[in-house]
Design a protein around this ligand. Structure first.
Ligand code: ZN
Length: 395
């Protein structure tokens, strides 16, 4: 993903790292007799995928909210009513199943936005970046809002952890700024859902609508709060939280000036096209974001708003609904783009020295020209025509 494809390539690995990726004939001269060689046949070796946005703690809701929904509000009401009646065991089992789905769909790294520390698992692969999510429109103290594991993070192989704010309509400006300041101090990525649905736009413009009614109903409304009369992106920019370490999720309702701001600040954007489709919130202008050179990546979002956690299926949907986006750009988004957005490009997203030694072998029967390679990889991946290489959990 960081250079052109290598015909008849080979990847030399040692332990959990890649030593070199090059043409087989160039590597062969350096191989000692003890090196085990594996022939992958008519296949492409490709980096493990990166699912840049999911919420595994909602996996227990798979199939329980009929999709598509009529609106974001309808979906959220369903989510609330099912979530209050869920047992902890149900959520824990769902999280485990979700993680297994992530692995079975070819992702070696995923970003999990989560409120509940107790649902994390301890195995090393697939690796995960946990965004511990901050919520509270009427809260102003970060220390009170964050979970215990972020106050005293435990080092764990295959896991990094930082903070996300849920959204502009659910989290106070002060909490958003403090969460971002915490991430800056620790040099870790910060994330927030932004411009996902029309209710969010209305709320920031006028201070009314579904978001306000919801906050009042939940007892979270702040009397005296004044709408900023601007877009979510401009609002976040006014809070000073947009930079190269901020990952914006969804970006469906964007104005021209919003794209310009996002490009100028260097933020990454994670698109979740099937979730947007299922909640009937609109269609993100991925074409425009790519024209602006915005670092883009791809996520499935949760099993409450999607039918599976399969990034290949997400990519096929994207290609079908955005015919002007090139398959090369999509394959980049689902590998290197995600790794870069999560600040893990030194370990994931490409096959190069130092990267993780677990990657994909995608079957490519027949001759495939380079011009159609990415498209073929995505469709073959979607058909299940791939396998893990060097994955202990799968073999
Ligand atoms: Zn989300």
């Amino acid at each position: 993903m960081d250079r052109p494809p290598i015909p008849n390539g080979a990847v030399l690995v040692s332990g959990d790292s890649i030593v070199e990726a090059a043409r087989y004939q160039d590597l062969k001269a350096f191989l000692s007799s003890g090196v085990q060689q594996v022939e992958h046949g008519a296949a492409a070796l490709a980096p493990a995928l990166v699912n840049a946005h999911t919420h595994l703690e909602l996996s227990f809701l798979q199939g329980r909210i009929p999709l598509p929904q009529r609106s974001f509000a309808d979906w959220l009401e369903n989510l609330f009513s099912l979530r209050v009646s869920a047992s902890r065991q149900e959520q824990l089992d769902g999280s485990r199943r979700g993680r297994w789905q992530v692995l079975k769909s070819g992702a070696g790294l995923y970003a999990d936005t989560s409120n509940e520390p107790g649902l994390d698992v301890s195995d090393e692969f697939p690796a995960r970046h946990i965004f511990r999510e901050i919520l509270g429109f009427d809260q102003y103290d970060l220390q009170a809002a964050v979970a215990s594991d972020i106050r005293a993070p435990q080092a764990a192989v295959g896991r990094t952890i930082s903070l996300a704010a849920h959204a502009c309509y659910s989290t106070s400006a002060s909490l958003i700024q403090q969460a971002k300041a915490w991430c800056r101090e620790h040099r870790l990525p910060f994330s927030i859902h932004v411009a996902e649905h029309g209710d969010e736009i209305e709320f920031l413009q006028t201070g009314s609508g579904y978001c306000r009614e919801l906050l009042q109903r939940l007892g979270r409304w702040t009397p005296g709060w004044r709408a900023p009369h601007t877009s979510p992106v401009q609002y976040l920019d006014s809070l000073g939280v947009l930079d190269r370490e901020t990952l914006l999720v969804h970006a469906v309702h964007m104005r021209q000036t919003d794209w310009e701001t996002v490009a100028g600040r260097g933020c990454a954007v994670c698109f979740c096209p099937r979730s947007n489709h299922n909640l009937n919130v609109g269609r993100a202008d991925i074409e425009k974001s790519l024209r602006y050179g915005i670092p883009a990546c791809l996520g499935t979002d949760s099993l409450a708003s999607n039918s599976d956690l399969d990034l290949f299926a997400e990519a096929v949907h994207l290609l079908n609904h955005h015919p002007k986006v090139s398959p090369d750009a999509v394959f980049f988004m689902m590998t290197h783009g995600g790794a870069r957005a999560l600040k893990q490009a030194q370990r994931f997203g490409s096959l190069a020295r130092g990267r993780h030694s677990t990657f994909l072998s995608i079957n490519l029967p027949g001759a495939t020209g380079l011009s159609r390679l990415s498209e073929k990889l995505i469709h073959q991946g979607h058909r299940g025509e791939w396998k893990w290489v060097n994955c202990l959990r799968n073999n």
